[in-house]
Design a protein around this ligand. Structure first.
Ligand code: AMP
Length: 256
């Protein structure tokens, strides 16, 4: 097993579960938020950045998808209702998302750092996160805003395929699997996400514009925003992100 790759059990299942691999002790852990419309490639970039920066990929959407695979009787009423919102492409209520993140706040003080993907998504979530981080005495390194034109977003979401087993992401046109319908890495079945249908895509984009776009100003004012153009291959976008982060940290250290 890759020494840096853990099963994120502490995040996906919540306490008392613990991760299979403890993070390496990094002197300056990266603590990042990834912003961007659905389909801008946050999940793909979080996975690539995890390999380079060794900070854990914490996605709230993954927590909901993991819960979807649990037996119905194990789900709390709040989680059952959250999955209903998700199915339609709507945002899950802030109170449910915040309860879930507060339960997992150990992941925020993890010495390996974190890459938050899909959280925060509203101003209320962003404010609650600031308070949580202050309690944990950790601060954000930067907030990366992946910028992509809407026409590209719709094309990306419409063709996206995800492996049922290892969650690797493919695209029917941009990144097709070697064998149609089968994951290149683990031979799992490739499926379209339930919320990647045309109707859900519209609802998700509306929710993004209404609730998540204001976060760009919020983090700009906080002096944390770093915008990266999200066009190109995943590897190209990751390289651009790493260059921007390196310059960011150098500037920060020079001014400290
Ligand atoms: P994602 O994988 O980040 O695209 O999230 C998939 C779905 O999970 C979203 O469309 C929402 O229904 C729900 N979700 C994930 N994270 C959040 C959040 N921070 N706030 C509200 N809903 C969320």
């Amino acid at each position: 097993m890759d020494i840096h790759k853990n099963d994120r059990a502490g995040w996906l299942q919540g306490p008392p579960e613990t991760c299979s691999v403890q993070p390496a002790c990094v002197p300056e852990p990266w603590r990042l938020i990834l912003l961007g419309a659905p389909g801008a490639g946050k999940g793909t970039q979080a996975a690539l950045l995890n390999q380079q920066l060794h900070a854990c990929h914490l996605s709230t959407g993954d927590v909901f998808r993991a819960a979807k695979n649990s037996p119905e009787c194990d789900l709390t009423p709040a989680m059952r209702s959250a999955l209903e919102y998700m199915r339609h492409g709507d945002l899950v209520p802030d109170s449910t998302v915040l309860d879930l993140v507060r339960e997992r706040c150990g992941c925020l003080r993890c010495q390996g750092g974190f890459i938050l993907d899909g959280f925060p998504r509203t101003l209320q979530q962003a404010q609650a996160l600031s308070e949580l981080l202050a309690v944990e005495r950790v601060s954000l390194t930067a907030v990366i805003n992946y910028d992509l034109p809407v026409s590209d977003i719709v094309a990306r979401l419409g063709g996206r395929l995800t492996c049922e087993k290892c969650k690797a992401v493919f695209h029917t046109a941009e990144c097709p699997p070697r064998v149609a319908g089968t994951c290149d890495s683990c031979q799992g079945r490739l499926v379209r996400r339930e919320d990647d249908g045309p109707e859900s895509i519209c609802i998700r984009l509306e929710a993004y514009e209404r609730s998540t776009l204001p976060l760009i100003q919020f983090y700009k004012k906080a002096g944390l925003l770093l915008t990266v153009a999200a066009s190109g291959t995943p590897q190209e976008i990751c390289a651009k992100t790493l260059t921007a982060l390196k310059a960011w940290r150098t500037r920060y250290l020079a001014s400290a």
